[in-house]
Structure formats: structure tokens, C-alpha cells
Design a protein. Structure first.
Length: 266
């Protein structure tokens, strides 16, 4: 399955009414729906209630329950506000009548402003210098990415380690889908990145609690981006990872943060 067909399947939201969408099950070997998939689909639902001229600039989300890949996903959008330059949407993802995920997304009309970012050259090999890595078969092929870990791993060794280069294998034609695809990838290998560096603790529970993405500039998901996440703190069975997505020339296009639940095995 090519990326265009895969994206079409993942983002085939059936509009039941103006603000209610249904996503049919997508084949997966996972026992729980990948969180990045639910986040990406929820952002897409929010997009469809906002004009295309007002792109998303941030999202903040909570993982409430594990999703079930074999069941339809209902996405209920609440139009919190439509202002002169900003729109806010609240999306609740529901299965079996219970909320499994909550997302608040904000959209902003493009404006002129001062251009600045920290000067941080990319001190890593370029993607063409690195071997490709394939996510484990149970992860599924939807969507399909070319992934190049900076510290190469054996094929299907998991968890994948940050940082890594990624891009979708074929062109993503619709501009609004690029932040959705970035949202999908933003949840890849993040839980392990929230562990304390060098930690050998064995965890009985290691799951995502909440997730945030800030889209600073338009970026193409079908061109190389470097995704890097690092742990900020571990305390009280919770970890926090923060990171960035950058283009080949080091331009910062997105920032990401995720809190995780890390319960040591007893």
C-alpha cells in the first residue's frame, strides 16, 4: 500500500453531521490503537470545521483510555470559538460510548512578524548517510515512512531511539494533511524517550498521559525532518519528554512535549 492510499484510509473521516465524524477500523496487529493515529485523526476532524486558510498552530491532548483498533472511532467536535484571527476546537474521541482521547486545537490566520530561532546547527549525519529502519510488523504499514535513526538499529529492533530522520515515501498532496502526518509521527518512540538517561529500571506500566505539538512554520511531511526527543524529568512515576522537528537546514518547524506514566515493576 502506498502512502497516498494509506493516508486516504487513515484520514477517511465519514461526516455524520456538521461536527460529528466516524473513522472505520484500520487493519493493525496492535492490541491498542496507536495514540499518534487518534491524535492525527482528531486534528483532521477539527480541521474540517475550520477554513483551509486558517492552519493549525498548536494542539494539546490527553490519552484517557486505550483505543481498540477493531472498532469504529467517533470524533465529536465542539466549536469553542471563531475569532478574527484564531479558531479553537475541542475534539472528543469516543468508542463504546466512552471517551478515550481529548484534544484541543488552535488555528491561526498567517500573519507577518519578527523571524528568530536559536542558532543550533544540526550535528548529526544527514539521512542519505544512514540506513533505513522499518517499524516492527505489528506496528502496521499505515502510513508508510522512510525512517533513518541517527544511531542505527537492527531491522525491527524496538523501541526506536531518538533522534531520527523521517519522511513519508510519496507526495502528500493536500497541504492540510502535513500537520496531521507530523502529529502521527510525533507520538513515535516518545515514551522511551521520557525515561531518565541510562535508566535500567524495568517498568510495569509505560504509557502516554498527555501530548502537545506546536506548529511553528509550514512543513512538508514528505521531505526530510529530524525528530529529536529528550527526557526533562522523572518524578512520582511520571516522566516528561520535550523535543523538536527540524528541516535539513536546521529550521525549527515544530516543538513537542509529552508526559508519560512510568510505574516501576515491583
Amino acid at each position: 500500500m502506498g502512502i497516498n492510499e494509506a493516508l486516504a484510509e487513515i484520514f477517511a473521516l465519514e461526516r455524520q453531521d456538521e461536527d460529528h465524524f466516524v473513522v472505520q477500523p484500520v487493519d493493525s496487529e496492535m492490541q491498542r490503537t496507536f495514540g499518534g493515529q487518534v491524535a492525527a485523526q482528531s486534528l483532521r476532524a477539527a480541521q474540517l470545521t475550520v477554513g483551509a486558510e486558517r492552519p493549525a498552530h498548536s494542539l494539546h491532548a490527553y490519552f484517557i483510555r486505550g483505543g481498540q483498533p477493531a472498532k469504529p472511532l467517533h470524533l465529536d467536535v465542539r466549536r469553542t470559538r471563531d475569532g478574527r484571527t484564531f479558531s479553537t476546537r475541542h475534539v472528543t474521541a469516543v468508542q463504546d460510548g466512552k471517551a478515550i482521547f481529548e484534544l484541543v486545537a488552535s488555528f491561526h490566520d498567517p500573519e507577518d512578524g519578527e523571524e528568530w530561532q536559536p542558532s543550533e546547527p544540526l550535528d548529526v549525519p544527514r539521512p542519505e548517510e544512514l540506513p533505513s529502519y522499518r517499524l516492527p510488523s505489528w506496528f502496521g504499514d499505515i502510513p508508510n515512512f522512510d525512517i533513518r535513526p541517527v544511531n542505527p538499529l537492527r531491522d525491527e529492533e524496538f523501541p526506536l531511539r531518538h533522534p531520527f530522520w523521517f519522511r513519508s515515501l510519496d507526495e502528500v498532496a493536500e497541504p492540510a494533511l502535513h500537520p496531521c502526518v507530523l502529529t502521527y509521527v510525533s507520538d513515535v518512540a516518545v515514551v522511551d524517550s521520557s525515561r531518565a538517561p541510562g535508566s535500567a529500571v524495568r517498568y510495569a506500566t509505560a504509557v502516554s498521559l498527555d501530548h502537545a505539538v506546536w506548529f511553528h512554520r509550514p512543513a512538508r511531511a514528505d521531505e526530510w525532518l529530524l525528530y529529536s526527543m529528550d527526557s526533562s524529568i522523572n518524578h512520582g512515576a511520571r516522566g516528561l519528554a520535550r523535543g523538536t522537528m527540524r528541516t535539513l537546514d536546521g529550521t525549527l518547524v515544530a516543538s513537542i512535549a509529552q508526559e508519560t506514566l512510568l510505574r516501576p515493576a515491583r
